[in-house]
Design a protein around this ligand. Structure first.
Ligand SMILES: *[C@@H]1O[C@H](CO)[C@@H](O)[C@H](O)[C@H]1NC(C)=O
Ligand SMILES: *[C@@H]1O[C@H](CO)[C@@H](O)[C@H](O)[C@H]1NC(C)=O
Ligand SMILES: *[C@@H]1O[C@H](CO)[C@@H](O)[C@H](O)[C@H]1NC(C)=O
Length: 345
C-alpha cells in the first residue's frame, strides 16, 4: 500500500515524537506539559467543580493535590482527561512507615474508592520532608506503595517531592552536591526510583534564591528574561536561574551514582505580593509565563538538552490560611471572584 505524502509526513512526525519521548536512559515520558498545584488552605475558595471547569478552560490536564481530599476527588470522577497527583499527608508517614498493613488500609480508604473513574497518575509520599525529621519515613512507605501498585498492576507512579535545600552547593551547577542528611535520606529514594523508572519530583523556586541576594542575582536571570548567557559553567552556558538550580540537582545525583533519572517540577512560582518591589503581579506574571513557555518548548536544560520535563505551577489560588506574606500570594487567581491576578496563558 502506498502512503500519501501527507501520511508519510505524519509518520515521520510520530517517529520524531517517539524519539524525543524516549530518552537514553530508557524512561518513557509523556509530552511535556504544564500542571497546576491545587492547594486548599483558604476559607474563600470556590467549590471543586468550579475549579475543575477552570482547569478545563485553561487546557490544563495535570493537577496536583496535597492530600486525598474527598471533595476534590469526587469532583474529578468521570473526568479521566485529568491526570492527578495525590499526596500522602506528612503526618501519616510515621503510622505508615513500618507496617504494610497500614499502607494497604490507607490505600483502600484514600485511593481505591476513586480508581474506577479518576485518573490517579502519581502518589507522592511526603512533601519536602526530606531532609528532616520525617525524612527516614519516606523510603519504607514508598516501598510498600510501590509493591502494592505493582502487585495489582496499577499504572500509578510512586514518588516523593523534595526541596532544593537538599543541595549543600548549587553554584555553579557543576558544583551541585547534597547535604549530608540529604545524602542519607534522599539517595536510597533516588535508587528506588531508578529501579522503578519513576521521576523524582522537585520544587524549584528561583524567587527565594533571588530574594536572598537581589544585589548579586540579576532579576532577568531569575525570571527567564535574560537572552544571553549569564553564568558560564565549564562548557555549559546558563541564561536562567531555574535551569541552573535544576542542573545542580542533576549533578548532585550523578555524584551519588544516580544517572539519567528524570525529574518533574512539582512546584515553581513567584509571589505577586508580600515582599515589596520583588513581588509584583508584573514580575510574577513574567516568571510564570516564561516558565510555561520553557516547559512547552521541551528544550530541557543545558545539562539535559532536548530532554523536556513536566512542570506544575504553584499555585492555582492565593490561600489565606497560609502564613502571611509571600506564602499567601503565589496564586494565579483570586479565590473570591476567580479573577486572574495577571494574564498567564
Ligand atoms: C484550549 O484549547 C482549545 C482547542 O485547542 C483552544 O481553542 C483554546 O484557545 C485553548 N485555550 C487556552 C486557554 O489555551
Ligand atoms: C564549589 O564548592 C566548594 C565547596 O564545596 C566551594 O569552596 C567553591 O567555592 C565552589 N566553587 C565555586 C566556583 O563557587
Ligand atoms: C523578602 O526580601 C528580602 C530582601 O531581599 C529577603 O531578605 C527576604 O528573604 C524576603 N522574604 C521572603 C519571605 O521572601
Amino acid at each position: 500500500m502506498l502512503y500519501s505524502p501527507a501520511k508519510l509526513f505524519w509518520l515521520f512526525l510520530s517517529c520524531i515524537v517517539l524519539f524525543v519521548n524516549y530518552n537514553n536512559s530508557g524512561f518513557v515520558t509523556a509530552a511535556n506539559s504544564i500542571g497546576l498545584n491545587y492547594g486548599l488552605l483558604g476559607n474563600n475558595l470556590p467549590p471543586p467543580s468550579t475549579v475543575i471547569n477552570l482547569f478545563k478552560s485553561l487546557n490544563v490536564t495535570k493537577i496536583r493535590i496535597f492530600n486525598p481530599n474527598t471533595e476534590v476527588l469526587n469532583a474529578l470522577r468521570g473526568r479521566r482527561e485529568f491526570q492527578v497527583m495525590v499526596g500522602v499527608r506528612d503526618e501519616e508517614l510515621d503510622h505508615l512507615k513500618s507496617n504494610e498493613e497500614n499502607v494497604r488500609e490507607w490505600f483502600k480508604n484514600n485511593i481505591e474508592p476513586y480508581l474506577a473513574d479518576v485518573n490517579i497518575a502519581f502518589i507522592t509520599v511526603g512533601n519536602e520532608v526530606i531532609p528532616g525529621n520525617y525524612g527516614d519515613f519516606v523510603l519504607p512507605v514508598m516501598r510498600s506503595l510501590t509493591n502494592l501498585v505493582k502487585s495489582r498492576n496499577l499504572p500509578i507512579s510512586i514518588s516523593t517531592v523534595v526541596a532544593m535545600k537538599n543541595l549543600a552547593q548549587s553554584y555553579p551547577p557543576s558544583n551541585g552536591t547534597f547535604t549530608s542528611l540529604g545524602r542519607k535520606q534522599l539517595v536510597p529514594v533516588l535508587q528506588l526510583l531508578s529501579q522503578t523508572r519513576t521521576p523524582i519530583l522537585v520544587n524549584i523556586y528561583p524567587y527565594f534564591a533571588y530574594a536572598e541576594d537581589p544585589k548579586s542575582i540579576r532579576l532577568d536571570y531569575a525570571t527567564f528574561d535574560a537572552r544571553t548567557v549569564v553564568v558560564q559553567d565549564r562548557q555549559l552556558g546558563y541564561s536562567n536561574l531555574f535551569d541552573a538550580i535544576f542542573d545542580a540537582f542533576v549533578w548532585a545525583m550523578e555524584k551519588e551514582g544516580v544517572k539519567g533519572l528524570p525529574m518533574v517540577v512539582s512546584e515553581t512560582g513567584w509571589p505577586s505580593a508580600g515582599n515589596g518591589s520583588l513581588t509584583t503581579p508584573d514580575i510574577a506574571g513574567t516568571y510564570n509565563r516564561n516558565f510555561v513557555q520553557h516547559i512547552r518548548s521541551g528544550k530541557g536544560t543545558p545539562k539535559r538538552p532536548n530532554n523536556g520535563m513536566d512542570g506544575y505551577i504553584f499555585a492555582t489560588f492565593n490561600e489565606n490560611k497560609k502564613p502571611a506574606g509571600v506564602e499567601q500570594n503565589f496564586g494565579l487567581y483570586n479565590p473570591s471572584d476567580m479573577k486572574p491576578i495577571y494574564k498567564l496563558f
